[in-house]
Design a protein around this ligand. Structure first.
Ligand code: NAP
Length: 302
């Protein structure tokens, strides 16, 4: 890859993690003309992308072999660590001068550790977690918050522009993940308050759908009232964004806050609510399932 701010369309990109987010993101890069090699733990998404022109790789090492840029979109810190530094990992075959872009949401501490170990081999790592959900990934309209070297960030900007609309270099390595932790605290808090408001409406004998409509026109309007409020009203709890992943994100936020000696009272409570949902067997449902817990605690049938 050149570092003059231009990533040509023939650039070789390796992509690992083809889940709810990774599959549509990889598809957008393929459609943009990049030469794309893909790897995933399970087959169906891999097969779909191969039928659209991607090349299948049997391991992360194979994905990175010959790649200018490797991208990971995996659930959690241990997954990224294993895929990057494990046996047959990406690090085994990425060569000096290449770039690893981790777009998963993981710990800033793990991010900085991986970035330092790759830097020793002249491989640059950018942390570039995203916000915008599955629809944002499909539409190439994600918000991307990046940590790492400014020069390499600018060189990779053309890749980011096929994935997102809001692309911000926030700071050095780990800064993207710290930003994402802030994002996830705000999102969980907003979903919870929307769930409480809609439960309050219905338990007070007022139609919650009409309440949502009324509130969308005023100061309490938000994307989350619009999207997650509708999910709650429609009882649409298929993910979307899984409860267990949001629980993971608030764990990261609390660990980050502990390191910075910042008390996060509301985030700590939200983490406990998500833990309850996971314990109740709702970990694979959408995070708007926070409403189920609120309704249950209010004594209402879900
Ligand atoms: P997901 O649907 O669970 O997808 C994760 C993918 O990674 C799965 O396809 C999984 O394979 C694959 N995988 C896991 N371990 C692997 C390994 N060792 N080697 C190869 N592939 C492996 O999760 P997601 O919703 O796409 O989220 C991915 C990341 O983006 C997470 O960090 C999440 O917090 C973040 N995020 C998600 C959203 C959202 O709305 N979903 C929004 C913003 C950010 P299997 O198919 O075999 O499980």
């Amino acid at each position: 890859m050149t570092t003059d701010g231009f990533v040509p369309a023939g650039t070789e990109i390796g992509f690992v993690g083809l889940g709810i987010m990774g599959e549509p993101m990889a598809r957008n890069l393929l459609r943009a003309g990049y030469s794309l090699k893909v790897h995933n733990r399970s087959r169906p998404a891999l097969d779909r992308l191969v039928s659209e022109g991607a090349t299948a790789a049997h391991s992360p090492a194979e994905v990175a072999d010959g790649a200018d840029v490797a991208i990971t979109m995996l659930p959690d810190s241990p997954d990224v660590e294993a895929v990057v530094t494990g046996d047959d990992g990406i690090a085994a075959s990425l060569t000096g001068g290449s770039v690893l872009i981790d777009m998963s949401t993981i710990s800033p501490v793990m991010t900085r550790r991986l970035a330092a170990s790759l830097a020793a081999r002249d491989i640059t790592m950018l942390d570039a977690p995203v916000s915008g959900g599955q629809q944002g990934a499909i539409d190439g309209a994600l918000s991307i918050m990046v940590g790492g070297d400014k020069f390499v960030f600018e060189a990779c900007r053309p890749i980011f522009e096929h994935l997102g609309k809001s692309i911000t270099l926030v700071g050095e390595s780990g800064a993207g993940q710290v930003t994402k932790a802030c994002n996830q605290a705000i999102v969980a808090g907003t979903i919870q308050i929307v769930a409480e408001a809609l439960t309050l409406a219905s338990r007070s004998g007022v139609d919650p759908a009409t309440v949502r409509e009324a509130l969308l026109g005023g100061f309490a309007s938000s994307k989350i009232l619009e999207v997650h409020g509708k999910r709650i009203l429609d009882r649409q709890f298929d993910p979307g964004f899984k409860v267990r992943l949001h629980e993971k994100d608030l764990k990261i936020a609390l660990e980050t806050a502990a390191d910075a000696r910042v008390p996060l009272f509301t985030t700590a409570l939200l983490k406990q609510l998500l833990t309850c949902l996971v314990a109740q067997g709702h970990g694979e449902r959408d995070h708007s399932a926070l409403a189920l817990l609120t309704e249950e605690l209010a004594g209402a049938a879900a």
